[in-house]
Write a protein that binds this ligand. Sequence first.
Ligand SMILES: Cc1cc2nc3c(=O)[nH]c(=O)nc-3n(C[C@H](O)[C@H](O)[C@H](O)COP(=O)(O)OP(=O)(O)OC[C@H]3O[C@@H](n4cnc5c(N)ncnc54)[C@H](O)[C@@H]3O)c2cc1C
Length: 599
Amino acid sequence: MGIQKTLPPGLDEVDVIIAGGGTAGCVIAARLASALPNLQILLLEQGPNNFEDPFIVNLGLFFAHLMPDGDKGLFNKANPSRHVNGRELTVLSGGCLGGGSSINMGMYSRPQWSDFDGWGVEGWTTEDMLRCMKKVEDYHDPDPEGTHGTRGPVQVSGGLYRAKRAEEDFLRALDEVGWPIVEDLQDLRAVNSFARARRMVSPEGRRQDAAHKYLHPRLSDRAHSNLHVLVETQAVKVLVEDGQAKGVVFRSNPKFGAADVSEKAVKSRKMVVVSGGCFGSPTILQRSGVGPRDVLSKAGVPLLVENNGVGAGYEDHQAMAYGYKTSLEMEETLNGLLFGLTDIGELLKNNDPRLGYNGQDVNGKIRPTDEEAETMGPAFKAVWDAHFRDTPDKPLAGLSLINGIPGLAKDIPPASYLGLSAFSMYPLSRGHVNITGPDMCDPVDFDTGFLADKDGIDIKKHIWTYKKQREIMRRMPCYRGEVPSWHPPFPETSDAVCRDVTDALPDPIEDIVYTREDEEVIGLHVQAKAETTWHSMGTCKMKAQEEGGAVDGKLGVYGVKGLKVADLSICPRNVSGNTCMTALAIGENAADIFIRELQ
Ligand SMILES: Cc1cc2nc3c(=O)[nH]c(=O)nc-3n(C[C@H](O)[C@H](O)[C@H](O)COP(=O)(O)OP(=O)(O)OC[C@H]3O[C@@H](n4cnc5c(N)ncnc54)[C@H](O)[C@@H]3O)c2cc1C
């Protein structure tokens, strides 16, 4: 049937239903359809098709999806929280075919070696996941450690464009501060180092989303008549009968103007895979009657299977972004696009190389020394000893040089800014994603949990990172000061106060000395400004049920036969990297597991 918006007559029963056509979902649907040609595979995606959409295939237009009126993303609104100054954060997630991989910034990043091994689940070791990542990748750059794949569908390259002056300035500053620059930051081992960034783009600059790389080729090759895709179709709930998944209740998504939005059912003979991402998966399960007793009772959904792991333990990499003034020319940066001054039509007409550029040229993963950790107080030291000291590959923070103001800047005039984004790799704080009623349109009770850990350790991590990143930026030859609204408001009397400079800082450049009061100012600024990195995960964790897990090592939902979850919601613990490659690798590993079970 290919891609449709309504289920064609005669297709009211299939073998496998995949609810959610995002990053992992597309991989699973494609792999199952190829490996099991005798099985009918149906993929349901709540958002629109993404095929050849210029705002998707051109990575450089990613910022359009951040706009509040974007129709390819889902804007998940969190509850107000005192831990982030009472703000109601909005966390964007993928909302079209290809999910997050269709709208993300395409930054290529992978976890550290200790991450997957640390999950402690058979079949999900780092060796297992490295095999899956290699299966995903077609890596175009030097690979000194031999950890990358070259035969997978997803091309990884530098693309066509780099902002050379900012990149070289930043590398020079890194050298001055003493951070090593390595060839490959993503070899699963590199830490306390930086590298030129790679992107999930082809060498010609085309985005490598999961739908274009896995799904669309199979839908057009005439060899996969068993693969069916319904877009603009919401999976409302899984039909669970006698402890077994029997099908899915769905409806056309009213957001796209369908005339008939009544609920219908499609049956599955063998398996239902929920792959709705960190927000979609727990809410689909809870509407199905699978979840914590109190949540379902409050929402008025009859409890079929008590499963306390569904919806609990939400996490993200909490991010800070810092803006800097520079002597760069406007056209050496992406600020023209970010401030809406560049004519996108012209870029498209001229096939401008910046269309394949995500504005990130250098990335790093950094951690303090044991001695530095010691100076950050006994509570920090306890966390350090428990989570970091014996895993020396684990960074505390990820840094990226951003070739423009790192966000939607309404409060400052257009100019040639640079940004530095710094995110916390393993935050301690946790939130939740729960339904409040039985219907698709009932609001979701979403708590990010950001910065809510009892000893303020997540804030301390950002304070340490703030100081480190600023010392790099101050040493860039093009540095001309900080953008005050994108920095803590240090008092005039402080060494750390933000000032414009008319030239590069003269040598020797001394590190800023921060007082305790300055650190408090940074901490308050973090609470006022911390944002999502869009790396939501962990709301259906794969771990023992008595430890709060929702699914087992074969991704089976505890208490329901034939029901699986496969996306970033299954991550039992965080990973130190941007999460798209992890989601793709989860899709590959899940597909292998399901194929073995379905054969
Ligand atoms: C703006 C943004 C920028 C990012 N930048 C980067 C980056 O540069 N590098 C990187 O590595 N990672 C990045 N990420 C993160 C990465 O893309 C995601 O973590 C990853 O794609 C998530 O994969 P997933 O399979 O878990 O979920 P998704 O890809 O979100 O898939 C879930 C799918 O399920 C669908 N769905 C949800 N509910 C339902 C329902 N009820 N019925 C039917 N369908 C449903 C959704 O529409 C979606 O398509 C970014 C993410 C975003 C949003």
